[in-house]
Design a protein around this ligand. Sequence first.
Ligand code: IDP
Length: 136
Amino acid sequence: MSERTLVLVKPDGVSRGLVGEVISRIERKGLRLVALELRNVARSVAEEHYAEHKDKPFFGDLLEFITSGPLVAAIVEGPRAVAAFRQLAGGTDPVEKATPGTLRGDYALETQFNLVHGSDSVESAERELKLWFPDN
Ligand code: IDP
């Protein structure tokens, strides 16, 4: 059974020229790109996307960061795509949690600037894909 997940290459990944590296790892894993777009995110979309964190102390900084420049939004598809991309991404803290060999483990140092987003469950993926790709 195929699943779909939302992948974002966050503004740090775009400005550092790591979009190709992220896409390459997605494709090498055997996952498929269904949609891919460079875009600037409206603050309202960012707020809705990260709604679960609205009471966290880092929420304001996170919104500033995610709207600070272009990011890449993608629909990624494949068997267990949600978990498969989370595995490629690595843990949220790129030093304490993400292991070498993962995107965050290899390319990031700070929790906020951790390069990529991937939906954390099939339910989150459904919600996020409706928000980011309403026409798909
Ligand atoms: P995830 O991206 O691995 O699913 P979440 O806990 O959902 O992690 O957090 C969403 C995003 O918020 C993270 O990817 C990171 O950019 C940011 N973030 C999470 N925790 C912190 C923190 O303690 N300080 C700063 N930013 C954070």
